[in-house]
Ligand binder design. Structure first.
Ligand SMILES: Cc1ncc(COP(=O)(O)O)c(C=O)c1O
Length: 386
C-alpha cells in the first residue's frame, strides 16, 4: 500500500525508542558485554553501568538505589509487587484494587483469588476516578495492600493517589501504584507510595525492561527464583543494554517534561474541542484532570476497529483503546466501568501522543476523522440519534 506520511498516535501502546537511547545502548551489546556478576573487567564494566542506571532512576523517585528492582517490564513489576507481597504475608488475605486497572494488576488479583485471597474491586465514577473515601471504607483488619494506578492507559484519567496513599498510611496498609502511563509525565506523590511499577517502552525506552520501586522495609517473596540477582527479588542475568536504555530514557523524559507535558496537553485540548464538536461523539475520561497524552472518544453507530483500520489506510495509527484481543470482542472493561453505553463502547478510539508528535499530526487526524466517520456511518446499520 502506498503511503505518504505515517503518523503514530498510539504512544500509550508503545513509543519509538529515542535515538539517544539507542546510541547509549549500542556499546552494551558487543563491546561492554560482560555479565554484571563476573569478576573480570568485562563484568566490572557491566556492573558499573548497572549501578549508574539504578542511581539515575532512584534519583527521579527520591529513592535509595537499593529500592529499585529491575524487571522485564511492568507486567512483571506488577506481578512482583502484588504476588510478592501476598506470598510474604499469608495471614493478611485482603487486597483492594480498582475495576479499571491494567490486566497486569487485574489478572494477578484474580489469580490470587483462586489461591484463597479476597479482592475488592472498587467502582469508579463516570470519569474513571476512584473515590478515596471508598478506599477507607473497604479497608479491613486483614487488608494487606491497595493497588490503584496513577493514570489510566485507556482514558487518561488521573487517580487521586495522594489521598489514597495517605489513607493507606493511616491504616498501615501497603500502597502500590502502577505508574506506567504517569511516570515522567506528571508529578507523583512519592511520600505516600510504597511500591511503584514502570515500563521503559512507554517513555521512549526499549521493550522488555522495567522496574519496581519497593520502599525499604517492605518484604516481598520473589516470583522468579534462581541466582539471587536484584537482592534476591528477581533472579536472572541483568539485561544491561535494556537497563542502560531505560535509564537514558528516564533522564531524557525528566529533562524535557516541562516542555513535553504542556505541549501534549495542548494537543489533547485541541483534539477534544474538534472531535466532540462532531455529532454523536463523546469524550471518555476526564476533560482536564488527565494524563497529557491520552484521549479517548466514542462514536455512535461505528465500530472502533473499522475506525482504526480506515485511519490506518490514511497513514494514521491509533487504537480502539478497548483491549479487544478476545475473540468475542467484549467492550473495554474501563469503558464499561465508567458507564459508557454498550453501543458507544464498541465505537471507541484512543489517540495517544508522544514527544515526537507535532501540530501537523494533530491537524492531520482532525482533518481525517470527519470524512472517515461520515463514510462509516453511511454504511452502518445503526443510525446516530436512534
Ligand atoms: C498501565 C499499564 N500497566 C502495565 C502495562 C504493561 O507493561 P509492559 O508492557 O512493560 O509489561 C501497561 C502496558 O500496556 C500499561 O499501560
Amino acid at each position: 500500500m502506498e503511503m505518504t506520511r505515517r503518523i503514530y498516535l498510539d504512544n500509550s501502546a508503545t513509543t519509538p525508542v529515542a535515538p539517544e537511547v539507542v546510541e547509549a545502548m549500542l556499546p552494551y551489546f558487543s563491546k561492554v558485554y560482560g555479565n554484571a556478576s563476573s569478576l573480570h573487567g568485562f563484568g566490572q564494566a557491566a556492573h558499573k553501568a548497572l549501578d549508574e542506571s539504578r542511581e539515575a532512576i532512584a534519583e527521579t523517585l527520591d529513592a535509595d538505589p537499593s529500592e529499585i528492582i529491575f524487571t522485564a517490564g511492568a507486567t512483571e513489576a506488577d506481578n512482583l509487587a502484588i504476588k510478592g507481597l501476598a506470598f510474604s504475608n499469608p495471614d493478611k488475605r485482603h487486597i483492594i484494587t480498582s475495576k479499571i486497572e491494567h490486566d497486569a494488576v487485574l489478572s494477578t488479583c484474580k489469580w490470587l483469588e483462586t489461591q484463597g485471597r479476597e479482592v475488592t474491586y472498587l467502582d469508579v465514577d463516570g470519569n474513571g476516578r476512584v473515590d478515596p473515601e471508598q478506599v477507607a471504607e473497604e479497608i479491613r483488619e486483614d487488608t494487606l495492600l491497595v493497588s490503584v494506578m496513577a493514570g489510566n492507559n485507556e482514558i487518561g484519567t488521573i487517580e487521586p493517589i495522594e489521598k489514597i496513599g495517605e489513607i493507606c498510611r493511616e491504616h498501615g496498609v501497603v500502597f502500590h501504584t502502577d505508574a506506567v502511563q504517569a511516570y515522567a509525565k506528571i508529578p507523583l506523590p512519592l511520600d505516600v507510595i510504597d511500591m511503584l511499577s514502570v515500563s521503559a517502552h512507554k517513555i521512549s525506552g526499549p521493550k522488555g525492561v522495567g522496574f519496581l520501586y519497593v520502599r525499604k522495609g517492605i518484604k516481598l517473596i520473589p516470583v522468579l527464583h534462581g541466582g539471587g540477582h536484584e537482592r534476591g527479588l528477581r533472579s536472572g542475568t541483568e539485561n544491561i543494554p535494556g537497563i542502560v536504555g531505560m535509564a537514558t530514557a528516564v533522564k531524557l523524559s525528566f529533562s524535557e517534561m516541562d516542555e513535553v507535558t504542556p505541549r501534549l496537553r495542548g494537543y489533547r485540548q485541541r483534539l477534544i474541542e474538534s472531535i466532540t464538536a462532531l455529532p454523536g461523539t463523546r469524550l471518555n475520561g476526564d476533560r482536564t484532570d488527565s494524563l497529557p497524552h491520552v484521549s479517548n472518544f466514542s462514536f455512535a453507530g461505528i465500530e472502533g476497529e473499522s475506525l482504526v483500520m480506515r485511519l490506518d489506510e490514511k497513514g494514521i495509527a491509533t487504537s480502539t483503546g478497548s483491549a479487544c484481543s478476545s475473540p468475542n470482542l467484549e467492550p473495554s472493561h474501563v469503558l464499561v466501568a465508567i458507564g459508557v453505553p454498550l453501543t458507544m463502547a464498541h465505537g471507541s478510539l484512543r489517540i495517544s501522543t508522544g514527544r515526537q508528535t507535532t501540530d501537523d499530526d494533530i491537524d492531520a487526524i482532525i482533518a481525517a476523522l470527519p470524512p472517515v466517520v461520515g463514510k462509516l456511518r453511511a454504511i452502518s446499520p445503526f443510525k446516530v440519534g436512534e
